[in-house]
Design a protein around this ligand. Structure first.
Ligand code: FAD
Ligand code: SIN
Length: 542
């Protein structure tokens, strides 16, 4: 890895984020261009690293592209962009082959006459076994292999512990060409200083925003930064009311846990039980435990609230210990540390915020509303997921869009100039006051609590309005602190989280119906026509 050591930089492309989206795009582009990946923590750290279930694609002979498309549209509940769904699913196999050519391996069922038959698992919403996986740690297999490829690539520089703070546009720089992105301000966590990077193109690959909720499966590095940065410079965002709650996160009251229990467990036969060991999903949906995620999470939420219980239980004890060890080795071992034996015990579970279906609006080439700014992966809104993402379609979207952006940039980059940043941008941020990390932590806990209690799995107009009021107060306080305080990772993140919280609430207030992941008690029905919720910032230029 060529680590960067200067305090300002110039590249063809700056990619912010090192999950599957950022890493694969960097590898695609590196055959021709100089790339910098700036990443908030260690290069491996990302939601991608923790992905368990796998990647959806049509590999079963009985399955078909049409069936994958149909299932995605059904899960998305009338809000998917049909053309985008078709584009992604039709390109799934070639993108997965690209992953395999980069050293990623998936579990194989059999291999005959040179033809590999992958072991495909099943998840909610899918009509067929369709999920390629590497045991129960598919994300680790992908992340570690892509990172290894990136680290030996001479055209990719990696900057760890660097947080993108904000994007610099040409008008910031007193250059009045058609407005475009020309660089970014970066916070160097080691040196505790502000630095800059200029680039011909910047790509946001910063992941989603589920950390805005109290209980989440997401790692700490994912804090809605890309959505907030894009919004601040005038990009539209869409469908942020559709935050997906994964039905089965470990319930562990002795300590906060964000440990996911993959949907593949249910795909392989695990059942959901009440504390008295009765099943409840049979009465809710014809696919029972394998209904789309929004339906399963809402059913669990109902059981918890109406029976006044803390959690429900996941039971796979009817499968043989060998089957469990072979298919779910990581989960089995991790649960042992929490005191549960997956082969013998039923496991307490609750839903937790998992995935941001909305995001920064992009076209099929990943272009945002601002010239030279692209977005890829969970930060973006492509139109694939509609009102509810189907399991294992996310890694797929990251892969297909990074390939598509690269194709576009091979055409565009020769015509884009690098613009020197004004020297005044390079000065460090001066702090007048000091706010302790405890203050920030308290405010962060408040944001997460308001979002969980009032903008959660089931909402009401009253709860949304209450959350809006409280979040507005916090936003004013945090923005005021931001300009008057010592910068820190916590300060940068809370500024973005409170911004995204506001956008989620505003989107939820705008939708006067219940659809997919957005269930609002006072509007329980579907409206006849489905439209995305688009929020337009005041500085948006058409
Ligand atoms: P991430 O992988 O989240 O990467 C974001 C990167 O951006 C990180 O490196 C982060 O450090 C960096 N970053 C963020 N902000 C900044 C900043 N301001 N400056 C610099 N760097 C920044 N999907 C599936 O399809 N199949 C699955 O089996 C599956 N399982 C999942 C299991 C878990 C526990 C979780 C949390 C998610 C799962 N998902 C799954 C969803 C999927 O993993 C994510 O949607 C996907 O990995 C997102 O990839 P990404 O590259 O967009 O972002
Ligand atoms: C899981 O393994 O249950 C997560 C899959 C996903 O989020 O797509």
């Amino acid at each position: 890895m060529k680590k960067y050591s200067k305090s300002d930089y110039q590249y063809d492309v700056l990619i912010i984020g090192s999950g599957i989206a950022g890493l694969s795009l960097a590898l695609h582009l590196s055959s021709k261009y100089k790339i910098m990946i700036a990443t908030k923590s260690k290069i491996n750290e990302s939601a991608t690293l923790y992905a368990q279930g796998g990647i959806a694609a049509v590999f079963d002979e009985k399955d078909s592209i049409d069936s994958h498309i149909k299932d995605t549209l059904i899960a998305g509940n009338g809000l998917c962009d049909h053309e985008v769904v078709s584009f992604i699913i039709n390109n799934a196999r070639q993108c997965i082959n690209w992953l395999v050519s980069n050293g990623i391996s998936f579990d194989i069922k059999s291999c005959s006459k040179g033809k590999i038959n992958y072991h495909l698992t099943r998840e909610g919403g899918h009509s067929y076994r369709r999920i390629l996986h590497n045991a129960d740690c598919t994300g680790r297999e992908i992340q570690n292999n892509l990172v290894n490829k990136v680290l030996i690539n001479n055209n990719i520089d990696v900057a760890e512990n660097i947080i993108a703070m904000d994007l610099i546009t040409s008008d910031n720089n007193n250059v009045y060409i058609p407005r475009r992105v020309i660089g970014a301000w970066l916070w160097n966590c080691n040196k505790k200083q502000v630095e800059t990077c200029s680039a011909k193109v910047i790509v946001l690959a910063t992941g989603g925003a589920s950390r805005v909720y109290r209980y989440t499966t997401n790692p700490d590095v994912v804090s809605g930064d890309g959505i907030a940065m894009a919004w601040r410079i005038g990009c539209r965002v869409a469908n942020l009311e559709f935050n997906q709650f994964h039905p089965t996160c470990l319930f562990y009251p002795k300590g906060q846990s964000n440990f996911l229990l993959t949907e593949a467990l249910r795909g392989e036969g695990a059942l959901l039980l009440r504390p008295n060991k009765s099943r409840f999903m049979l009465d809710v949906h014809e696919r029972a435990e394998l209904a789309p995620r929004d339906i399963v999470s809402r059913a669990i939420d109902y059981e918890i609230k109406h029976n006044n219980i803390d959690c429900v239980y996941l039971d796979i004890t009817h499968k043989s210990p060998k089957f469990i060890h072979d298919h779910f080795p990581v989960i089995y071992n991790k649960l042992l540390k929490f005191g549960f034996d997956l082969t013998k015990d039923i496991i307490p579970v609750v839903p937790a915020a998992h995935y941001t279906c909305g995001g920064v609006i992009v076209d099929k080439s990943g272009r945002t509303d601002i010239n030279c700014l692209y977005a890829v992966g969970e930060v973006s809104y492509t139109g694939l997921h509609g009102a509810n993402r189907m399991a294992s379609n996310s890694l797929l979207e990251c892969l297909v869009y990074s390939w598509s952006i690269a194709k576009n940039l091979f055409q565009m980059l020769p015509n884009i100039n690098l613009i020197d940043l004004l020297p005044s941008f390079k000065k460090t941020h001066y702090a007048n006051h000091f706010f302790s990390e405890r203050d920030i932590k308290n405010d962060l806990n408040s944001i997460k609590k308001y979002m969980w209690d009032h903008v959660g799995i089931v909402r009401t107009t009253k709860s949304l309005k209450y959350a809006k009021h409280e979040i507005n107060i916090l936003k004013k306080k945090i923005n005021n602190q931001y300009v008057n305080t010592h910068l820190s990772r916590q300060m940068l993140e809370i500024r973005n989280l409170v911004q995204v919280a506001e956008l989620i609430i505003n989107s939820a207030i705008n939708r006067k119906e219940s659809r997919g992941l957005h269930f609002i008690d006072d509007y329980p029905d579907l409206l006849p026509n489905a439209f995305p919720t688009i929020l337009i910032p005041s500085n948006y230029i058409k």
